[in-house]
Structures are given as structure tokens and as C-alpha cells.
Ligand binder design. Structure first.
Ligand code: FES
Ligand SMILES: [Fe+2]
Length: 322
């Protein structure tokens, strides 16, 4: 297990509930740990992906009648992780030690969240989730061959909009970033009153200024809400740290307008925007996010990124950072 108590004792998304329910059995990697996800009695389970007998991957096995069968010698595990049947010794009660290592798991926002240790926090709140005036659309997963904190920092960055997302989220003629406010507290970071000119922020086809508020809720989960004249658009961006230099992200979008725009159209727009970001983020060197502020050059417009790096340092994060 990696030596990063902050991340080990936190919740991370690993799959959508729908995908796991459809597949019944799948593998995932979280913080360098191989895990098996499986479905029993209408809920998801996460264990270390390793049969205690000879170390085979349980995710290569099969699920039948709410039990997990190892592919190698057919040991059968029940939902609690206990081996209850050893085919080579059918009359023997399997020893108590014949147990899989189980992890805590939760289903929230249509995602399966896993904690490899003891959760020190709840899954982050998403304020618009229970607000029926907001329509919710999920996009992703988005795979990055990059460190999770690099991908989060990209999500928090507005100065790249006119360049990476010209015509989508920004306009090179409107590239100046206003001075905005950033506060860091025990629950993360809030960056407020960031004004950005967008060519078509709310589907009316009219360019105008919108105001963003960003929140960093956990090391790898962030949020923004942008307000236009009357419409608001919020996003929860949450990332599974797979290895130090690979991660997978999902985005929930919540909007209080555009109720008749097809969901696929909104997802396609977000896929295109993220597709513009991924090669940029993957190209960044060093790959691990430098927490030493001397290591890269920071400007006033980078103050959310500065606060993010400082906060990760205060938390004592070690995975994906340098
Ligand atoms: S390795 Fe799993 S049953 Fe032998
Ligand atoms: Fe971007």
C-alpha cells in the first residue's frame, strides 16, 4: 500500500454503478493497488484483486449466485470476503484465514467510491445534486496519462480557455484575467469572482461575461459553478488516481436551463473540451505536480493553482506530487 494516509483514507471513484452492475465483475486500479469490483445482492463490493491461495487475480474469475469464484482452483468466496468452499477439499471447512482483503465501498452520484483505508471524510457534497431545478448529466470517463493533480489544476485554470478552448470556452481577443479572491480553509479552497468572456456560455449563441466560483473539495475532486445573466451551470469533476502518472476522471454537469437539449449533445461538447485538454496535460513536465512554488513560474492569474499546491502541501500529500 502506498504511503499517503490522506489519499489512502479518502474516497475515490473507480467506476460507474451502471457499468459494474452490467459487468458484475471487473478490475480497477486505485493508488497503485489492484482491486476487484463485483456485484452481489444488488450492491457493489471492492476487494484486493488477489486470491489468498496462490495470488491469482479474482477479477479473472466469475460471479455466480452472489459468490465470487477464483479462476485457478475454484475457491468460492461469499460477500463478506470469506472463502466458504475449497473444491479440492469439499468436506473441509475453509480456514478462517482464507479471506479476501475487503475495502470500504459506497455508491453515490451514480459512481462507485472506494476507500482503501479508513475514510476520514465523506464523499464531497455536490450542492446541485438534490436541487430539482438543475438537470444532471454525466460525462466521462476521461483517461489521462498524467498525474491526477495535474488534471485537477487544469480543471481549475481559466487562463487557458482562450487558447486551448478558443471558440468553445474562451476567445483569444478576451484573454485578460481579472484579480479574483481565493480562500483556503480546512475544507478546501474557494476561488470566487473570476470573470471570463465566453462566445456562447448558455446556448443563446451570444457572447458574454460569466462569473465562475471554483471549489477544491478534496485533493482530486473539484467543482465550479458559473453564473450568466440568468442561467447557472455547475460541474463536479472527480478523479481516480490510478498510478502516480495515470488517472481517470468523471464529470457531473448540472444546469438550470437547456432542459430540451439532448444529453448526448451536452456530453459531446464536454468530450470535445476535455479532448482538447488531455494532450496539454499529458505533455506537462515534470509529470508530478511540483509543490515547491519555486519550481514553476506563478502569476497573479495562477492564484487558484498556487492555493491548490499550498493546500496539498499542508495536507501532506505525497502521491502524484513532487
Ligand atoms: S489461487 Fe485462487 S483458488 Fe487457488
Ligand atoms: Fe480546459
Amino acid at each position: 500500500m502506498i504511503n499517503d494516509p490522506v489519499l489512502v483514507n479518502d474516497w475515490h471513484p473507480v467506476a460507474t454503478v451502471a457499468e459494474l452492475q452490467a459487468k458484475q465483475l471487473m478490475s480497477a486500479r486505485l493508488l497503485d493497488e489492484e482491486i476487484v469490483l463485483w456485484w452481489a445482492n444488488g450492491r457493489s463490493l471492492a476487494w484486493q484483486d488477489l486470491c489468498i491461495h496462490r495470488g491469482t487475480k479474482l477479477s479473472l474469475g466469475r460471479v455466480a449466485e452472489n459468490q465470487l469464484h477464483c479462476p485457478y482452483h475454484g475457491w468460492v468466496y461469499d460477500e463478506s470476503g470469506q472463502c466458504i468452499h475449497i473444491p479440492a477439499h469439499p468436506d473441509q471447512v475453509p480456514p478462517a484465514k482464507a479471506r479476501a482483503k475487503t475495502y470500504q465501498i459506497k455508491e453515490q452520484y451514480g459512481l462507485v467510491w472506494v476507500c482503501l483505508g479508513e475514510p476520514a471524510h465523506d464523499i464531497p457534497a455536490f450542492a446541485e445534486w438534490d436541487d430539482a431545478s438543475y438537470r444532471k448529466i454525466m460525462s466521462g470517463p476521461y483517461d489521462y496519462a498524467a498525474a491526477a493533480p495535474r488534471a485537477i489544476e487544469n480543471f481549475l485554470d481559466v487562463a487557458h480557455f482562450p487558447f486551448v478552448h478558443a471558440g468553445y470556452l474562451g476567445d483569444p481577443q478576451h484573454s485578460e484575467i481579472n484579480d479574483y479572491d481565493v480562500h483556503t480553509g480546512p475544507d478546501g479552497i474557494v476561488a470566487e469572482n473570476i470573470t471570463v468572456y465566453q462566445p456562447n456560455p448558455d446556448g443563446t449563441g451570444e457572447g458574454k461575461n460569466v462569473t465562475y466560483t471554483y471549489r477544491v473539495l478534496r485533493p482530486f475532486t473539484a467543482y465550479f459553478i458559473k453564473h450568466g445573466t440568468s442561467n447557472s451551470f455547475a460541474a463536479l469533476f472527480t478523479i481516480a488516481p490510478i498510478t502516480e502518472t495515470a488517472c481517470r476522471a468523471w464529470m457531473w454537469m448540472a444546469m438550470n436551463y437547456g432542459h430540451d437539449v439532448p444529453g448526448d449533445e451536452i456530453r459531446a461538447f464536454q468530450d470535445e473540451v476535455t479532448g482538447q485538454d488531455v494532450p496539454i496535460v499529458q505533455s506537462q513536465r515534470p509529470e508530478l505536480l511540483p509543490l515547491d512554488l519555486q519550481a514553476e513560474l506563478h502569476l497573479r492569474s495562477d492564484r487558484t493553482a498556487i492555493a491548490y499546491r499550498q493546500w496539498l502541501k499542508i495536507l501532506g500529500l505525497t502521491f502524484g506530487v513532487a
